[in-house]
Design a protein around this ligand. Structure first.
Ligand code: ADP
Ligand code: MG
Length: 342
């Protein structure tokens, strides 16, 4: 029997392999494995289904993650995948694996965050599962959403000359994590030290309590604009560009100078001596949307401050960053990082 290390395939390779070995038989299964959410024909509309799991020690560290925020985030990251299909979330299910280290009150706190997210995104918690875990806390959320058939947006569909747009700002969550990790180190060396988080509230908030951009989906709907392709930015801009490129069979040129980066992110980049562009391109967990908009539709959304044009689509399947000085930098797969730390 052959034995292949998981690291040889990587997360994306592994998903590809599962996808290849999976057959669908239901005519209502429009899209299965491979996009941000599955697409199911429900007659009058499409139903969307997305699942994301958060694992202690891999996706979060309980020494600096408030349980309430964790509950909120577990929901928000799934809402983000529904938004990435241009849909609206309706219901969620929540499954938790708990060790006996947890108290009833701790579980209450997680659910406070889950309920806060349900209220914010107007979704109903309709079920889940509860199990014991010997390896720390696990929270898996499934979100169910809806989208009109004519509005569903896939990772594929980008056309030459479409405008590539990003929502919100990028790179902040990466520095939020760096700050939390640094303060944890300081605290472990000297438990009398209080963490200095106040001045980095925005960045830390972006890491601990991200939002799914359902608000943007409303904005697009109001203007009758359907993106030609879309994905949410969970693994860093480079990874998402490569997904859009792979699925659409197109290339992307991204202008570094146009990337939406908050001032606090730039300041943290200086403090940590990290190029802010590197954080945007290779960081992650921004949970913003990356979409392509036809030139014609771009006129309609130009005024929305939360949407920034950052590049354009090219027929040639070549993905590049264009620096301020006009230099071209190839956008590469980050290789193998996911099963280890994302
Ligand atoms: P995202 O980052 O948007 O959550 P992922 O990279 O986790 O997307 O997943 C990509 C696609 O692969 C999705 O369609 C997801 O449902 C599917 N997928 C991921 N893991 C598995 C698995 N173990 N079995 C079947 N499908 C999977
Ligand atoms: Mg996604």
């Amino acid at each position: 029997m052959q034995r292949t290390d998981l690291a040889e395939l990587g997360e994306f390779g592994l998903i590809e392999r599962i996808k290849k070995n999976t057959e669908t038989v239901q005519p209502s299964t429009i899209v299965g494995i491979g996009d941000d959410a599955a697409v199911i024909d429900s007659g009058s509309h499409y139903t969307l289904v997305a699942t994301d799991m958060l694992v202690e020690g891999i996706h979060f560290d309980l020494s600096y993650t408030p349980l309430k925020h964790l509950g909120y985030k577990a929901v928000a990251v799934n809402i983000s995948d529904i938004a990435a299909m241009n849909g609206f979330p309706k219901q969620i299910t929540v499954s938790i694996g708990l060790s006996n280290r947890f108290s009833v009150e701790a579980v209450d706190e997680i659910y406070e965050g889950i309920h806060a997210a349900c209220k914010n995104y107007k979704v109903d918690l309709v079920g889940g599962d509860t199990a014991s875990s010997k390896s720390g806390l696990i929270i898996s959320v499934t979100a169910i959403g809806e989208v009109p058939k004519e509005a569903v947006t896939y990772r594929k569909g980008a056309q030459p000359n479409d405008v590539l747009c990003a929502t919100g700002d990028l790179g902040a969550a990466y520095f939020g994590l760096q700050i939390l990790e640094r303060e944890k180190q300081v605290f472990m060396e000297n438990p009398n030290m209080r963490p200095e988080l106040k001045e980095h509230e925005y960045l830390v908030g972006r890491q601990l309590r991200p939002e799914g951009r359902t608000d943007i989906i409303h904005e697009l709907k109001e203007r009758n604009v359907v993106p030609t392709s879309m994905i949410d930015i969970s693994d860093g801009l480079a990874s998402e560009i490569l997904h859009l490129s792979q699925h659409s069979g197109m290339g992307f040129s991204v202008f570094v100078d146009n990337l939406p980066i908050e001032n606090s992110t730039l300041l943290a980049a200086e403090e940590f001596k990290v190029n802010p562009i590197t954080a945007v391109v290779n960081g992650g967990e921004d949970y913003e949307l990356l979409m392509t908009i036809s030139q014609k539709d771009y006129e309609e959304i130009k005024g929305i401050p939360e949407i920034t044009p950052i590049g354009f689509v090219t027929k040639e399947k070549n993905n590049i960053l264009v620096t301020k000085s006009g230099e071209h930098v190839q956008i590469n797969a980050q290789g193998w990082k996911h099963l280890e730390n994302s």
